[in-house]
Write a protein that binds this ligand. Structure first.
Ligand SMILES: Cc1cc2nc3c(=O)[nH]c(=O)nc-3n(C[C@H](O)[C@H](O)[C@H](O)COP(=O)(O)O)c2cc1C
Length: 293
């Protein structure tokens, strides 16, 4: 599990440091969940100044609660790429080596990189060969170039190539494939196909919140709405009024789809202005509906 995207560039300014600290804060509910589910937590950082990576690494280690540090070398967003960070680092071998080394020297936590196959063209072989020489614990390869954003289909042949290079080199770095994993069994198929050590999903969880629970194949309406209630409640408990309520709305479709009346309920929820309103509407729907469970 990754924490949110944390910019290491904010670390130099007192205000920025507070913002970063806040985002690295693991609240009580999260701590309990991590413990109960024996989940490892990795802090992901981005930037392009080795010295700041070193400071960020020290800070993460001092804060405690993290099992590793991941460096984002994959985000293709224009405003990030313009700063020379994330996927803009692909192929910048000297700087990348320095960033990884500086991060590793800041703490004893394992360091990994999440990246793509290239910028405009796939350069999987050269790029992965370089990353393999950087003493990483793991590489997550999103099987698309920066230019492909997340629109063109991911090509897991590149994950397979990365695994072959790793196997030939005999360097013990885990390779995790990423891109278009649509459900749990699809992930297992792609792992078998590519030989990867694991698969990571991004948007899969948006179409199926039970992605990681293959026992729930077709969640009932009650299960979907109860999970929505839990999500809204956790949002409220975690952020109170410090985050804009509207950002929660992008999640409503995950839970409220695939049943009669879903569109109307969703429309009602989209009109809400507070978590309390959303909870009241959803609880009312659950109470008044006579669907079979
Ligand atoms: C809303 C959203 C936020 C994301 N945030 C991050 C992030 O903070 N760090 C990261 O490495 N990747 C991030 N990604 C990219 C995903 O981890 C993943 O690489 C990408 O979505 C491709 O996988 P998918 O085809 O399974 O979605 C994000 C993707 C989405 C859709």
């Amino acid at each position: 599990m990754f924490t949110e995207f944390v910019s290491v560039d904010g670390l130099c300014h007192p205000k920025g440091r507070d913002a970063v600290m806040h985002r690295l804060y693991i609240n009580d509910t999260e701590q309990k969940l991590l413990k109960n589910t024996n989940t490892r937590l990795v802090a992901q950082i981005w930037g392009n100044d080795p010295e700041k990576f070193n400071q960020a690494s020290k800070l993460i280690s001092e804060l405690g609660g993290f099992d590793g540090i991941d460096i984002n070398m994959g985000c293709p967003a224009a405003k990030i790429v313009k700063q020379g960070a994330c996927s803009a680092l692909i192929g910048q071998n000297q700087l990348v080596s320095e960033i990884i080394q500086a991060t590793a020297e800041g703490s004893s936590l394992p360091v990994s990189v999440k990246t793509r196959t290239g910028i405009k063209q796939h350069i999987t072989e050269e790029w992965i060969s370089h990353l393999l020489s950087c003493n990483l614990s793991a590489i997550t390869l999103h099987a698309r170039t920066q230019k492909m954003m997340s629109e063109k289909p991911a090509d897991w042949n590149h994950v397979k190539t990365a695994v072959e290079i790793r196997n030939k080199s005999n360097i013990p770095v885990k390779i995790i494939g990423n891109g278009d994993v649509s459900n749990y069994s699809h992930g297992i198929e792609l792992i078998k196909y590519s030989g990867a050590d694991g698969a990571m999903t991004g948007r899969g969880i948006f179409s199926d919140p039970w992605f990681f629970n293959p026992d729930v194949k077709t969640p009932s309406i009650k299960q979907k709405l109860s999970l929505l209630l839990k999500h809204v409640q956790l949002f409220e408990n975690t952020w109170e009024s410090s985050k804009n309520y509207n950002i929660l709305k992008r999640f409503f479709k995950i839970y409220v789809h695939g049943f009669d009346g879903a569109a109307a309920l969703r429309a009602q929820l989209m009109e809400t202005k507070t978590a309390t309103e959303a909870i009241s509407i959803t609880s009312g729907y659950l109470k008044n509906s006579d669907f079979q469970e």
